[in-house]
Write a protein that binds this ligand. Structure first.
Ligand SMILES: Cc1cc2nc3c(=O)[nH]c(=O)nc-3n(C[C@H](O)[C@H](O)[C@H](O)COP(=O)(O)O)c2cc1C
Length: 205
């Protein structure tokens, strides 16, 4: 089993990163393999809408995203984390999500009929982490939904969304007990969901 964490903040020691690590801890304690990617380490171009992926479910843009596709396909669950940038996710996270468009599969003559690559293979799980500086939930804007909705469309069931408000300085979330607790609980829920899935798969095989 493998879990992939994707951090959309350019701050490697920032709040998103801290919360990502805390979410992954319960899974790591159980010996589950984890990997954290910082999108700022990769050059990911915007989706250009070429539809080159239509029949192959593979993106034809030759950039660093090609290094990430195998990790995404091989992972059993995805954790997306982003700070709020102007009421939304960061540009890096948006570019990353848009490049997952190749995993959307549309019926030949009716684009209102679509499934995802993951659904075709049985579905996967996800967790979302959204962080913001301001105290009011409305100042987080659409950051969590901007990750949840695409994940659902991509055949991931979002088990938990960790929303942490009122953290500004890099790593300040470490001092926020409730935030750290919420992140750990999200990791535990993801772990239990994966364990239940494994158990039922064995029972049914
Ligand atoms: C360009 C930019 C835009 C931001 N926009 C918002 C915003 O709309 N609402 C908010 O509450 N915080 C906003 N923030 C603050 C960050 O979300 C906050 O500092 C967060 O803790 C950063 O997470 P990180 O440490 O993982 O990078 C913004 C920060 C930057 C740099």
């Amino acid at each position: 089993m493998k879990i992939l964490g994707v951090v959309g903040s350019p701050r490697k020691k920032g709040n998103t990163s801290v919360l990502m690590k805390e979410t992954l801890k319960p899974l790591e304690t159980e010996g589950i393999e984890t990997e954290v990617l910082f999108l700022s380490d990769y050059h990911i171009k915007d989706c250009n809408g070429c539809e080159g992926c239509k029949d192959t479910y593979k993106c034809i843009i030759d950039d660093d995203m090609q290094k990430l596709y195998p990790a995404i396909i091989e992972s059993d669950a995805l954790i997306l984390g982003s700070p709020t940038y102007f009421y939304n996710i960061t540009g890096d996270m948006k570019a990353f999500i848009d490049r997952l468009y190749c995993f959307e599969i549309f019926a030949d003559n009716d684009r209102s009929i679509w499934i995802s690559y993951n659904e075709a293979l049985g579905g996967k799980y996800a967790t979302v982490i959204a962080v913001s500086e301001q105290e009011k939930a409305e100042d987080m804007g659409f950051a969590s939904e901007a990750m949840e909705k695409p994940l659902e469309a991509l055949g991931y069931r979002v088990i938990s969304t960790v929303k942490v408000l009122h953290v500004f300085g890099a790593g300040e979330a470490l001092k926020n007990e409730n935030a750290m607790k919420e992140a750990k609980q999200a990791g535990e829920k993801l772990l239990k969901s994966l364990q239940l899935k494994e158990k039922v798969k064995k029972q049914l095989s």
